[in-house]
Design a protein around this ligand. Structure first.
Ligand code: NCD
Ligand code: ZN
Length: 351
């Protein structure tokens, strides 16, 4: 049995860092494990322009722990009004690496999202021209569709037509949760990738209801049936470079999740690589973790692979029950109180 695991330093290709005190509370967790991360733009107000992304990027750099070389890779939030010029400005900036499509109303802070992709044709054409990738939250928002079927409906209603209209657009199907999405990404023509979270690899929807309702397992897209989790494991451990790591770590203060209408999002930045290692080990595929975590995302985004390393050691330890968050609030990490079999070893290289 392997007792230490050293990987090329990984990157997180889908991360929510928030802003202000919350940003300062959570950023050290990500910076400890990952060299870079794709930063989601769903702030209030959303990060819709290159200027806003530049200012947010600076706030992230300023919030880094001393000595950290963590690099935030910024994204723009696509709206019905995003102009083609804004896409060119983003591309020229060198620090905006993708544009994010949130269907309006699909998830946390998405009310400024796209109501109809037909309104975005100018921006999408510009993205296709300059090679700027589109990160997609792939869920239909039609309230008549069952919540558990929204990802599949999105493939048929939005993803396939979008990729027919813009065949050279580079698309990342984010936080895929179904066998349908995993197979779509595997079989699609063109430049398509997908991120997969640790929680969707480790849990099925029973986790939401184990002994009672469990708000800290609630995220969007919501956990699905076991057949879908198994398909995600098969995808992540297949060695297919279209699938790569994106935690979708999404912090919400404890009282906003343990509420009558609790927020969607799981906090996994604290122990992301330990969670992924657990999932890969259970599938007897630890040898496939490095490609998924450290190589394939960088390759897709056309960025250099990292040169530093991250080491995990086999060591059973408890996940804290809660962590300090903004303004004296608490943040509950996923699987709080349970134990982990792996632990990150303090690192010497951080590039
Ligand atoms: C995210 C958040 O809280 O910002 N929540 C989540 O459940 N994943 C939004 C998102 O990525 O859908
Ligand atoms: Zn997200």
């Amino acid at each position: 049995m392997t007792d230490t695991l050293t990987l090329t330093r990984p990157d997180d290709w889908h991360l929510h860092l928030r802003d202000g005190d919350a940003l300062r509370a959570v950023l050290p967790d990500t910076a400890r494990q990952f060299a870079r991360a794709i930063i989601m733009p769903n702030l209030r107000p959303p990060v819709t322009t290159t200027d806003l992304a530049a200012a947010y990027r600076q706030r992230i750099l300023d919030a880094r722990p001393p000595g950290s070389g963590f690099e935030p890779l910024m994204t723009l939030y696509l709206t019905d009004n995003t102009a083609a010029d804004e896409i060119r400005r983003a591309q020229d900036s060198g620090f905006v690496h993708a544009v994010k499509l949130y269907p309006a109303g699909a998830t946390t802070n998405s009310d400024a999202g796209v109501t109809d992709l037909a309104r975005c044709h100018g921006a999408l054409e510009a993205m296709q021209d300059v090679g700027m990738p589109l990160c997609v939250h792939g869920e239909e928002t039609d309230p008549s569709i069952d919540v558990f079927d929204r990802e599949k409906a999105f493939i048929d209603r939005v993803m396939i037509p979008l990729r027919r209209d813009f065949p050279a657009l580079r698309v990342i199907f984010e936080h895929i949760t179904t066998r349908d999405a995993a197979h779509y990404v595997r079989d699609a023509e063109g430049d398509v990738g997908a991120t997969i979270t640790a929680h969707h690899l480790l849990y099925n929807r029973n986790a939401l209801f184990t002994g009672g309702i469990r708000p800290h397992w609630y995220c969007l897209p919501v956990l699905k049936r076991e057949i879908h989790r198994e398909a995600l494991i098969a995808a992540a451990t297949s060695g297919n470079p279209r699938y790569f790591l994106g935690t979708d770590s999404a912090p919400h203060a404890r009282h906003t999740k343990e509420a009558d209408c609790g927020c969607a999002g799981c906090y996994t930045a604290l122990h992301a690589m330990e969670l992924y290692a657990t999932a890969f080990e259970r599938a007897d595929a630890l040898d496939k973790l490095e490609g998924f975590a450290s190589f394939f995302g960088a390759d897709f985004y056309r960025l250099p692979r990292n040169t530093g390393t991250l080491t995990l050691r086999r060591e059973t330890h408890a996940i804290p029950g809660s962590l300090p968050y903004a303004e004296g609030q608490q943040l509950v990490p996923l699987a709080a109180g349970e134990s982990l079999a792996w632990r990150q070893v303090a690192d010497t290289t951080s590039s």
